[in-house]
Design a protein around this ligand. Structure first.
Ligand code: ASP
Length: 432
């Protein structure tokens, strides 16, 4: 019998998960899902998170060790980070433009405002605490935070990915610079570790349809509880805001990215989308670019046929710092909340959003809900009460699913561009 491709299995799992979730909400049996189905989703998430740290370390060091010299690394690094910044700035600007046109916040009634604020007061405080502790330490704090104080501690939390990336880049650079004969066995070990991690990922992915089904049904029950009417009312009140975010994300995926892919790689965008569908579906169901990274890399290497030295450098870095979807969402959300509080933002405040949302998206961990935590920093920078986050908590999960999908699409798009540039540079080098 022919094996059903994984992305089709995941697609069916998403569909079944939603159906099972909805049935359990309608029959008020949400507890059954929470007790017996959702844990399988949690197991799948844990497996993915378990492998995220070894994958980042091993693939970055292995990717760098494969480079012939430091010049190649710095040229690829500059292109990658430059493009990451440009697309993030564009994403924030698109978000601001849309939200200033749609003005979703003006539709929020005072009643809904106070209902939501009361309902989510606890969660808002948690988010505020995390973000305040980040903010109080000054503007350069995020750079200080990139340097690990203790590497074991860095590896102990998936929120410290940037520290691990710093460490791996450092080790990778050392491997490139130190003469090959002195690092031969280290290179071999890293290569073998890479094979082991990839094998483990392959096996974990066999479990993905079950994990995704469980995650989806769990999400439906979590959001709806046993009262579907309440959810419907809440969602319709916030629909215009969510619509603005979604329009922005669609502009990125269906206008900005195709233009860049067509002009620079000359590839058909449809083929690109087809090749990355498994990663998009997994990003959608896990809401985590870090957890999806193994599949993102597989799509890049097996389907897009990108060079390993490009994908293993560009993608782990992108999963952590390049979040176009998150930055666009933060811009829309910040203006929406300001509008809901009846505040008119000045041009200066909007410019501040461009800068803070760009930095906040870079600083957001690639895990579910990270974007909304960092949103507090954006709100505080423009003097909008961060309690307003309560207004947008309800539709945050579905939006997180969509922005994560956008985030990793952006990473894969830039990996394709860098791959093309590197290939042309190599050709030119050979000619001359
Ligand atoms: N969940 C997103 C990601 O992992 C981050 C966010 O919350 O926006 O890419």
């Amino acid at each position: 019998m022919k094996k059903v491709p994984l992305y089709i299995q995941i697609f069916i799992a998403i569909f079944l998960g939603i159906i099972i979730g909805l049935i359990s909400v309608y029959t008020s049996s949400g507890e059954f899902i929470i007790n017996w189905i959702k844990p399988w989703g949690d197991i799948f998430m844990r497996l993915l998170k378990m492998i995220a740290v070894p994958l980042i370390i091993v693939s970055l060091i292995n990717g760098l060790a494969g480079l012939s010299d430091l010049a190649k690394l710095s040229s690829m690094g500059l292109k990658t980070i430059g493009m990451y910044l440009i697309t993030t700035l564009l994403a924030v600007s698109i978000g601001l433009l849309i939200v200033n046109i749609t003005k979703p916040g003006k539709l929020i009634s005072e009643n809904t405002q106070s209902d939501l604020t009361i309902a989510y007061a606890g969660q808002v405080e948690d988010n505020q605490e995390i973000a305040f502790s980040n903010k109080q330490r000054g503007p350069l704090h995020f750079i200080v935070e990139i340097i690990p104080e203790n590497i074991i501690e860095s590896a102990s939390s998936n929120r410290n990915m940037l520290q691990l990336i710093f460490l791996s880049l450092f080790v990778g650079i050392a491997t490139v610079v130190i003469p090959k004969n002195k690092t031969a066995s280290f290179r071999k070990i890293i290569e073998e570790l890479n094979d082991i991690v990839l094998w483990m990922i392959d096996k974990i992915m066999l479990f993905s349809p079950i994990g995704v089904l469980a995650l989806m049904s769990g999400i439906i029950v979590d959001v709806a509880g046993n009262d579907i009417n309440k959810t419907v009312e809440l969602f319709s009140a916030l629909a215009w805001y969510a619509f603005s975010v979604v329009i922005g994300l669609l502009i990125l995926i269906f206008i900005l990215y195709p233009i860049l892919i067509n002009i620079i790689t000359k590839k058909k965008y449809f083929d690109f989308l087809k090749a990355i569908l498994p990663a998009q579906l997994l990003g959608f169901s896990t809401s985590s670019s870090a957890a999806t990274l193994p599949v993102t890399m597989e799509c890049a290497e097996d389907n897009l046929k990108l060079k390993k030295e490009v994908s293993s450098f560009v993608l782990p870095l992108g999963a952590t710092i390049n979040m176009d979807g998150t930055s666009l969402y933060q811009a829309v959300a910040a203006v929406f909340i300001a509008q809901a509080f009846g505040m008119e933002l000045t041009m200066f405040q909007q410019l501040t959003i461009v800068i803070t949302a760009t930095l906040a998206s870079i600083g957001s961990a690639a895990v579910p809900g990270a974007g909304i935590v960092m949103l507090v920093v954006v709100l505080e920078s423009i003097g909008v009460p961060s309690i307003g986050i309560a207004l947008i908590l309800a539709p945050d999960r579905p939006l997180d699913m969509l922005r994560t999908t956008t985030n990793l699409t952006g990473d894969l798009m830039i990996a394709s561009l860098v791959d093309k540039w590197e290939a042309s540079a190599k050709k030119n080098h050979q000619k001359s």
